[in-house]
Design a binder for this molecule. Structure first.
Ligand code: NAP
Length: 474
């Protein structure tokens, strides 16, 4: 190992983003017990955990329990959290280069993709990403409005996010009231008028992107019938041939579940959730600027040159009434100042986690992990292996002395710089005080927590908590 990473000269790492990818970078670095490493995590929001707090569905509390692991990681004495500090605004690349040997961008995929069809400017057309962020109490989305007085809702896409959105719309208010869904969303959804929800897949059941547990869960909804048209559930010859050559247990389970739904007659429950396959929205139609319907085109499966099964449009069309539409066709990364970004892929240019310039040459000291590295795919745990690959590269570069040359290696200099730039910085201990207040507010309502959704409310509760708190913020 080079002369960085020992007690006299610890490796100094900055991590931008505090979602799963960021925390798994920290935990992977901590696996190297003979490495002395100081890790500072910068987060734009006042709260840590990224999509675990603002993306995972509120009715999936088990998926959120992973924060206990992140909490343990955060208590390592060599880790510091700088919340409410934005890269590119409060702190920039030059600042970080002066204080760290290595910088890891783990900023996720913060925006969504559009459908690219006529009518997308109509009111009532939303991205699933903003709806998810809204019901999860993300401060940037807390003021959004969704017209929940409409009876017909379309969700475009057949991934887990599409199913999350559909499921949340189908949950009873009593069920939602036991979760950590944002208070305003609980209230808005309590009185919604939605009766029919259509989830649209452009390909067939064999190509659905959701996972078996999630599709099965729809069948357990109390107030909702799940319907699949028998013609669309039947395994087509193209997919059958593909699966014979490329067996997939997930696909088999999904197909079996969808087929079961296609044989089950609706029982007259309050809501009807229809999963449609081989259909694509071709146009959004409206009246007086408001969405009223979607023109659908029927697709057929074809084998593409690369062997995959694709959807090809036919000339069969239908009109589906829709007062609200959520497009759930994948997230997309956002460019960061001074970091090479590929506009086509929506990713930071990288090789195995090393940031590269457009010619593919590694830029010393810069790394990526998570969705901004590989795209919006996989489950939370996928980020662990993704971060491990990045950390392996980082360690190789420590050994090869391919590092940044920070002017100051004193953690206090950064703390001071951040305080000068950002007078409302939130430390991990501050977050714990906010967290405790949220959990305490949830107790009386028998909820896991009641989330604060505005920075000002977090700062107010923090002021109150600090006055009674005997420990000092780090
Ligand atoms: P996803 O899994 O990539 O699904 C995107 C869906 O959109 C696919 O069905 C895709 O169809 C469809 N699509 C893309 N472009 C389209 C277009 N132009 N027209 C119509 N359909 C289009 O993305 P996601 O649902 O946003 O999920 C992101 C990641 O988070 C996934 O890895 C997911 O598993 C994970 N996640 C997991 C959970 C969980 O574990 N419970 C919950 C939420 C999210 P094609 O396949 O035909 O491209």
């Amino acid at each position: 190992m080079a002369d960085v990473g020992n007690t006299n000269n610890p490796l100094r790492v900055a991590i931008i983003g505090s979602g799963p990818a960021g925390f798994y970078v920290v935990s992977n670095l901590l696996r190297y017990t003979d490495l002395q490493v100081e890790m500072d995590m910068f987060e734009r929001l006042p709260t840590p955990f990224g999509l675990v707090r603002y993306g995972v569905a509120p009715d999936h509390p088990k998926d959120k329990s992973v924060t206990r692991t992140y909490d343990r990681i955060a208590h390592n004495p060599n880790y510091r959290f700088y919340g409410n500090v934005q890269y590119g605004k409060d702190i920039n690349l030059q600042d970080l280069q002066q204080h760290y040997h290595q910088i890891v961008f783990a900023t996720g995929a913060q925006t969504d993709r559009s459908l690219g069809i006529p009518g997308e400017t109509l009111r009532g057309n939303h991205s699933a990403a903003e709806f998810v962020a809204w019901y999860n109490g993300h401060p940037d989305f807390a003021d959004l409005q969704f017209d929940l007085t409409r009876e017909d809702v379309v969700v475009v896409g057949m991934g887990n996010v599409a199913l999350d959105v559909a499921r949340i719309l189908c949950r009873t208010s009593a069920e939602l009231a036991q979760t950590d869904i944002a208070d305003y969303a609980l209230e808005a959804l309590r009185n919604h008028k939605i009766r029919r929800i259509y989830v649209l897949g452009r390909r067939g059941p064999a190509q659905a992107a959701f996972t078996p547990l999630e599709i099965r869960e729809l069948g357990e909804l109390t107030d909702t019938d799940v319907r699949v048209l028998p013609d669309e559930a039947r395994l087509d010859a193209v997919s059958e041939e593909f699966l014979a050559a490329n067996p997939s247990r997930n696909a088999d389970k999904n197909i079996a579940c969808i087929e079961r739904y296609s044989h089950t007659a609706p029982a007259g429950r309050k809501r009807l959730l229809t999963l449609r396959f081989f259909v694509s929205p071709a146009e959004l139609r409206g009246q007086a600027g408001r969405l009223t319907a979607v023109r659908l085109v029927k697709n057929q499966p074809v084998r593409a040159d690369d062997g995959s099964v694709r959807a090809r449009a036919t000339d069969i069309e239908e009109i589906l009434p829709a007062g609200l539409l959520f497009r759930s066709v994948g997230y997309r990364g956002v460019a960061l100042p001074d970091v090479p970004f590929n506009e086509d892929s929506g990713l930071i240019e990288n090789q195995q986690g090393r940031v590269t310039d457009t010619a593919g040459k590694a830029l010393a000291g810069l790394y990526v992990a998570g969705w901004i590295k590989r795209g919006p795919s996989g489950v939370i745990g996928t980020n662990k292996t993704c971060a491990r690959e990045t950390v392996d590269c980082m360690l190789e570069d420590v050994a090869g002395n391919k590092l940044l040359q920070p002017k100051s290696a004193d953690p206090q200099t950064v703390a001071q710089l951040v305080r000068e730039r950002c007078n409302q910085m939130i430390s991990y201990h501050d977050w714990e005080l906010i967290d405790a207040a949220e959990v305490s507010n949830g107790k009386s309502a028998n909820r896991p927590r009641v989330k604060f959704t505005k920075l000002d409310d977090m700062l107010t509760v923090l002021d109150q908590a600090r006055n009674t708190d005997t420990r000092h913020s780090p």
